[in-house]
Write a protein that binds this ligand. Sequence first.
Ligand code: NAD
Ligand code: MG
Length: 398
Amino acid sequence: MIRRRVTVLGSTGSVGSSTLDLMARAEACGTGAFEVEALTGGGNIARLAEQARRWRPRIAVTADPARLEELTRALAGTGVAVAAGEAAVVEAAQRPVDWTMAAIVGSAGLKSAWAAAGTSAILALANKESLVCCGPALIERVRAAGGRLIPVDSEHSAIFQVFPAEAPERVAKLVLTASGGPFRQTPAARMGAITPEQAVAHPNWSMGAKISVDSATMANKGLEMIEAAYLFSMPEHRIDVVVHPESIIHSLVEYVDGSTLAQMGPPDMRTPIACALAWPDRIEWPAPPLDLPALGKLTFEAPDTERFPALRLAREALRAGGAAPAIFNAANEVAALAFLDRKLSFLNIAAVVAETLERATKSGMTFGSGDACGAALSVDVEARGLARSIVSDLAKAA
Ligand code: NAD
Ligand code: MG
């Protein structure tokens, strides 16, 4: 029986909801018992209130101060405390628990992930953007606080499960798998007309809108390459990406003796979440089976960095180091959201990232003084401003 007191940051999103669903299933089959300290969400008050009624956390927090009254009304008589605003989300992340799921999307998740990293709780990290913005400092902060960071991103969960942490010199290479997204086979000439509706329709995974766009541009794999470099202390040239459209092998570790270990499972985020929830144990929830005969075959191909330049840009940012990964992340987030708002074409997402990185490098944009989280956030704000002005120039030119 796995018993945990947990907080879920971003509980109303795709990963947050999957986390609570997994916990409910484990409780239903008698393998888990959970108490919830805090749930935090954004503007979806109905879902947050429904989750709070089911789980009875000590506190439910909306990031949007304008929605506090609505949340208060929705939870009247339940005994669940309510709060709103960014500072309240950070306060929720600092409460003593055994396990915190960090599943806020984008660099909006950085402050609360940083706060949770300063406690001794296990930090189940789905918010890859915080690792990309200040990975080494975030990892060190968890270590110094006596906590443990367990990656939730399926590729990193896969590597985490087959990586020899006690003897990293045995590893030759990490191999990240990528589904290739919905436009894997779309000819370059047709990619200019891609709509947000087409981009968020991922063939294998059901996810939030921003990461779905990132998967479609393959910026997601770029972010994941940076994430892997920090999590497993691996230089850029020892991280390969292979397209694997079935999303069954979630990533691989190649050892120096020629042996390669892979982790497999159906494309369902509840499995990597379960791995993080029970670690070092395993929890039955019960998971959907992997039916290999039904799958028949698994296929692989090299990524096309001509049609998906985000992957190459992420490699360049990782090689450049310093603030470049944070700038890559900020520009990509601005561009992906502008595309979702129909203010930018699909192909211009990578163009905005490239231009932002180039101008930021020329202007010497770098981390300032202060703690790593504050320094990363100020680069994030600066790079977003630059990316927004590039988006609006492109919109005027169109
Ligand atoms: P989502 O959009 O479905 O959910 C995001 C959550 O963050 C929601 O609860 C939302 O209310 C909250 N949120 C948004 N803006 C906020 C703000 N400014 N302040 C506080 N809270 C805010 O996103 P998702 O798909 O669940 O992804 C969450 C994170 O997990 C992302 O970093 C993503 O890259 C990562 N991830 C997701 C998946 C997946 O399958 N969805 C897989 C791997 C990694
Ligand atoms: Mg992933």
